[in-house]
Design a protein around this ligand. Structure first.
Ligand code: NAP
Length: 275
């Protein structure tokens, strides 16, 4: 059956290749990017894959939460339902370290933006649907002070915290939704795959990008993952794996979600009035 699939960060790397592979299977692709120029180029590449049917595009910078909210509104206005949401967009190196709210870019783009987008789009996703969240092998215990902008940290540390955090909220929301919610899985697509993020962060060319795209296609479509909600798939190991201790602590996960809700509420309070 043809599925409607939204992929964030579909203009490059793992997201773009995953979009091409899913389009080649005849699914309807909603591509998100932050640059209209790259988005148009990506849409043209995805449309020209053999078997591709429909491709739509959505442009939004996920480093500002009001822009994430607008993206969700646009998707809700255009789509009656969504089968699969792939929260793939992510950053390691950024020209400016914090966003307009004073929050670390990695924490916003890699953790809070996908949480907000998921929360806003969940009403469109049925319990047969799936939400895939791009995590990483790099995990570090989450310091909630970074959610108030009070702590500065290195790119590496912020990235690792952002990636444990996305796996933590995946498990937390999956637990809260239970069998009424879609299957939610966080995934390390494979370490040091050949993308611009890896080139910028490590100066290495990296391994075959298909390793990452293929696991996303499988997790999105295959029946064998239908009962794996909340789990973390480590593609370096080729199997599900437990999160490190902090990630398995329900109180820490609840505190993380509460901290993100606070940041989102604060961002909302600062939005200009539409009256
Ligand atoms: N490559 C690896 O080995 C590896 C390993 C573990 C996890 N991951 C994760 O896999 C995901 C994809 O990464 P990748 O390696 O494919 O990196 P990439 O090639 O740099 O692609 C990242 C995507 O995210 C988009 N993006 C970045 N910042 C954004 C923002 N502020 N607003 C909207 N979109 C934004 C980028 O847009 P532009 O095209 O405009 O830059 C691009 O489409 C990330 O979540 C990453 O953390 C990758």
């Amino acid at each position: 059956m043809k599925k409607t699939i939204l992929i964030t960060g579909a203009t490059d790397g793992i997201g773009l290749l995953t979009a091409k592979k899913l389009a080649g299977k005849g699914h309807r692709l909603l591509l998100h990017g932050r640059s209209q120029e790259k988005l148009s180029a990506a849409a043209s590449q995805v449309s020209s894959v053999a078997g591709s049917t429909e491709v739509e595009t959505y442009c939004a910078d996920l480093s500002e939460l009001d822009s994430v909210k607008r993206l969700a509104e646009e998707v809700r206005a255009a789509e009656a339902s969504l089968d699969i949401l792939i929260n793939n967009a992510g950053v390691w190196c950024t020209p400016v370290p914090v966003n307009g709210q004073g929050l670390d870019m990695r924490i916003v783009v890699n953790t809070i933006a996908p949480y907000l987008l998921t929360r806003e789009l969940l009403p469109l996703v049925s319990k047969e649907g799936r939400v895939l969240n791009l995590s990483s092998k790099a995990h570090a215990p989450v310091d909630l002070e970074v959610f108030s902008g009070k702590t500065e940290m290195s790119e590496r540390e912020a990235y690792a915290q952002s990636k444990l955090a996305i796996s933590m909220w995946t498990l937390q929301i999956a637990d809260e939704l239970g069998p009424d919610g879609p299957v939610m899985i966080s995934v390390n697509p494979g370490s040091l795959l050949a993308t611009k993020m890896v080139k910028e962060a490590f100066g290495t060319d990296g391994a075959d990008l298909s390793i990452g795209a293929d696991i996303l296609v499988r997790l999105a479509l295959e029946d064998e993952f239908a009962n794996d909600t909340g789990r973390y798939f480590d593609n370096d190991l080729g199997r599900f794996a437990p999160l490190q201790d902090a990630g398995m602590d329900p109180a820490k996960r609840a505190a993380l979600v509460a901290a993100m809700d606070e940041v989102i509420a604060e961002a909302g309070a600062k939005e200009p009035s539409t009256n």
